[in-house]
Design a protein around this ligand. Structure first.
Ligand SMILES: Nc1ncnc2c1ncn2[C@@H]1O[C@H](COP(=O)(O)OP(=O)(O)OP(=O)(O)O)[C@@H](O)[C@H]1O
Ligand SMILES: [Mg+2]
Length: 428
């Protein structure tokens, strides 16, 4: 009897030690933060936990570890004629009043929807007039032409992964150089930028393409750095305007909490300062934009990570920053359109979750979506703008017909979503 009791105690002691060890190991892992998203399905990723530092790299793995898809620039050669859009750029002037963003009115606390929402589901004109101006079309045009004409005088480490560089130009400006392990990444970055312009979303820094050639005027002064970079010869890289004083951005409460929702309801908007509401306005654009481009490498990845990391929303959102005026800056859009569409099956339910959480829209964004739905010409418009704006467009290529079809389908889904919201809230 005593022997049996002693044996039970020993077994009990060993089990307790094992449990403690198990719990401790788990805590250490959780303490490391976000888990690695492994190559494969989101479900599979839950099984493969890695330290926090690694998590951006896993998206990189997702971006890099796929079969290179041949882009077909010529597929849309003839479409341009039927849209009636001449130079799309000329039609895209986003009318936004610059605001003094340090205006004390931004501290004003709102109760109710009055002054914030119009026609059921649209942010009011008054709010629109207070929005940080973002990267205006005029600014982008002058930045682009100056950057194209300037020599790069130094290439330093910076701007994220080891293959990216911070470039300094002879005119004193700086840009982030993004080198794609395959062309899809630069395509995704570039076409996302032009899609944002088509939608009137002014939150993406201006971008130009450049072909790396140590013998060309633009690159000759950094020949040595180019040689050291291990970039392939004649690679097409993207240069995006370097923005100073960026800070991190945490997802705002209505989109962060369980049952996230940003609808035209008092509970969702009450007791917020004008500054907070202006940030929400920009988030609604961000969610629509990431839905269209199927970019999982921002808020969507956080929603996915909630499965095992309940505090992920309390940390800064990846690839999103803010300037001191309150303007959000959407950087690193390389997962959009091309690769995002390829892995859509894995991520669609998270994209849908986020889209359904938003029933408030900027009028300009909604109207561009309505136009692209009515004319069924999303890819055609994008191609015209891209081709007219970017001399290296033929080098980099465009969406395949399948990808163009997915883009149009997502425009149509957004159109339906906006109509459903309108139907639901117009009577209020
Ligand atoms: N246009 C820019 N202006 C200023 N800083 C930038 C810009 N683009 C990138 N950065 C800085 O570089 C960091 C990484 O940028 P980015 O996300 O584009 O590269 P990445 O290779 O994906 O890096 P990460 O793995 O950190 O996401 C950003 O968090 C930001 O601090
Ligand atoms: Mg990034």
């Amino acid at each position: 009897m005593r022997i049996a009791l002693a044996r039970s105690l020993v077994v009990f002691f060993l089990c307790s030690c094992a449990s403690l060890l198990y719990v401790w190991t788990g805590l250490v892992e959780i303490g490391h933060g976000r888990s690695k998203r492994a190559l494969g399905t989101p479900g599979a990723a839950v099984l493969t936990r890695q330290p926090d530092k690694q998590s951006p790299k896993t998206f990189r793995a997702l971006l890099e570890g796929h079969v290179v898809h041949k882009a077909r620039f010529s597929a849309y050669k003839n479409i341009s004629n039927h849209t009636g859009y001449g130079s799309a750029t000329g039609n895209l002037k986003v009318e936004q009043t610059n605001l003094n963003t340090h205006n004390s009115n931004h501290q004003q606390v709102h109760t109710g929807l009055h002054g914030l929402v119009e026609d059921g589901v649209f942010w009011s004109d008054r709010l629109e007039s207070l929005l940080p101006r973002g990267f205006s079309n005029a600014h982008a045009q002058s930045w682009k032409s100056e950057t194209r004409a300037s020599q790069i005088v130094s290439l330093e480490k910076g701007c994220g992964r080891t293959s990216n560089r911070l470039a300094r130009f002879s005119n004193g400006t700086k840009a982030c150089v993004r080198y794609g392990i395959n062309p899809d990444q630069v395509q995704g970055e570039t076409l996302s930028y032009y899609l944002a312009i088509l939608l009137g979303i002014p939150n993406l820094p201006p971008l130009v393409l450049s072909q790396v050639n140590p013998n060309s005027g633009q690159w000759s002064r950094v020949r040595g750095e180019v040689m050291d970079s291990q970039w392939s010869e004649n690679a097409v890289v993207s240069l995006t305007e370097w923005v100073s004083n960026l800070t991190g951005v945490v997802t705002p409460a209505p989109l962060r909490q369980e049952g996230r929702r940003l609808h035209p309801l008092r509970e969702d908007l009450d007791n917020r300062t004008t500054g907070e509401v202006l940030e929400l306005v920009q988030w609604t654009d961000l969610i629509l934009f990431d839905y269209l481009t199927a970019n999982f490498d921002r808020l969507v990845s956080n929603v996915f990570s909630l499965q095992w990391d309940s505090r992920v929303m309390e940390r800064d959102t990846s690839n999103l920053h803010k300037v001191p005026s309150g303007g959000l800056v959407f950087i690193d859009n390389e997962a959009g359109l091309v690769h995002g569409y390829r892995v859509l099956e894995m991520w669609q339910k998270y994209h849908e979750t986020l889209l359904s959480s938003v029933c408030l829209f900027r009028k300009i964004t909604a109207s561009r979506i309505f136009d692209m739905h009515r004319l069924q010409d999303a890819a055609a418009r994008l191609l015209i703008l891209y081709r007219d704006s970017e001399p290296l467009a033929p080098e980099l290529g465009f969406l395949s017909e399948d990808q163009a079809g997915i883009l149009q389908n997502r425009v149509d889904q957004l159109y339906k979503h906006i109509l459903n919201c309108k139907e639901k809230y117009s009577q209020f």
